[in-house]
Design a protein around this ligand. Structure first.
Ligand SMILES: C[S@@+](CC[C@H](N)C(=O)[O-])C[C@H]1O[C@@H](n2cnc3c(N)ncnc32)[C@H](O)[C@@H]1O
Length: 332
């Protein structure tokens, strides 16, 4: 029993404590220096019984995540110190995602199979996901590097823009690039729009809240991008969605799609389970199947590339043909 506690239970307790400390803002407060109970309670807006907060903080000390000396709490572990740093925000958000969404999916899967209940988009906190998706940012930027022309006007359509960081990156590569960034979740689109303004891109990037399946534009795009969102669509509807995206591209325009695929690390496999149980999405794609779906959607020159060594995290690039296949090809 003791070894079970040490090997399995304590890490679970620590992770849960750290997520609560992150989300409540306690880690950030302590990153600025040691605080006594009253300071921390004031920071959390707690007016009532502060001793309950002490009970929780003291367990954080027992887990080794905090330290307590001279009547003040401070960050204890290297982990807690690292998570409190703003530059590690995507790692902090990934831990939040694991505890808030992955663990409940594992816990409730058998009951959901029995009852037929499914997870909904409302159960996912869009801003945690937008932040945690940035954990793969350096690898995705390499993929964006390969498709954005550096000269001349470029019209980009990004579907499921999340935090909008990849649109910002594309815009940094070409000063004449303009974009439409779309996200289905209203709060995510609102945050992305605010960020575009903060980044000085309000005139170049229009952010809209919409379902990708309903998009229609008067003008066509040179490039479409979809990062970390193909599994928000059911497997059987992906070809139609990709064909719809292709219909919004100019002849010769390209799609860059990046995604975790089946068979990767445990974190992405549990993410895949979450989406299998969602009432709107589907499993992580199999890379060969997704490449075929791109071709079935009419893309040519489909290229698949592994973005993270040793991982099943891939980019898919396809081109909208410049002309229709000739009659012979179409009928054969
Ligand atoms: C995992 S996040 C990825 C965000 C961003 N692309 C990134 O990589 O950081 C997926 C995003 O796709 C958006 N999304 C899901 N279904 C969508 C749909 N049908 N139309 C437009 N956006 C959608 C979600 O709201 C979410 O913000």
């Amino acid at each position: 029993m003791l070894s079970l506690a040490r090997r399995f239970v304590t890490p679970l307790y620590r992770a849960s404590f750290l997520v609560a400390a992150l989300e409540s803002g306690v880690l950030r407060q302590l990153a600025d220096g040691a605080r006594d109970l009253d300071d921390l309670a004031d920071g959390l807006g707690i007016a009532g019984d502060r001793q309950l907060l002490r009970a929780w903080l003291d367990l954080g000390v027992r887990f080794g995540e905090l330290r307590f000396a001279d009547d003040r709490y401070r960050l204890g572990s290297r982990r807690a110190k690292a998570l409190a740093e703003p530059r590690n925000d995507s790692v902090a958000a990934a831990l939040e995602e694991v505890v808030r969404f992955h663990v409940p999916a594992l816990l409730t899967a058998p009951a959901m199979v029995r009852s037929g209940a499914r997870l909904t988009m409302a159960e996912q906190d869009g801003s945690i996901i937008a932040r945690s998706s940035r954990i793969v940012q350096p690898f995705l930027e390499e993929a964006v590097d390969r498709v954005v022309p550096r000269l001349g006007p470029v019209r980009l359509l990004e579907i499921g823009c999340g935090s909008g960081v990849y649109v910002r990156y594309a815009a940094s590569l070409n000063p004449e690039l303009t974009a439409v960034a779309v996200d289905y979740q209203a709060e995510v689109a609102a945050e992305a729009a605010a960020d575009m303004a903060r980044w000085g891109l309000r005139d170049r990037v229009q952010v809209i809240q919409a379902d990708a399946r309903d998009l229609a534009f008067a003008d066509l795009f040179d490039l479409a991008t979809m990062h970390n969102d193909i599994y928000y669509f059911e497997r059987h509807e992906r070809t139609a969605l990709l064909a719809h995206v292709r219909s919004m591209l100019k002849p010769g325009g390209r799609l860059l799609l990046t995604t975790a695929c089946k068979g990767g690390n445990l974190g992405t496999e549990v993410l895949g389970l979450w989406f299998e149980f969602a009432d709107f999405g589907g499993p992580l794609p199999d890379s060969a199947e997704l490449a075929q779906q791109l071709m079935d959607a009419g893309f040519t020159d489909v290229e698949v590339r592994r973005l993270i060594p040793g991982e099943q995290f891939c980019s898919f690039v396809g081109r909208n043909p410049t002309s229709l296949p000739d009659a012979e090809e179409r009928t054969s």
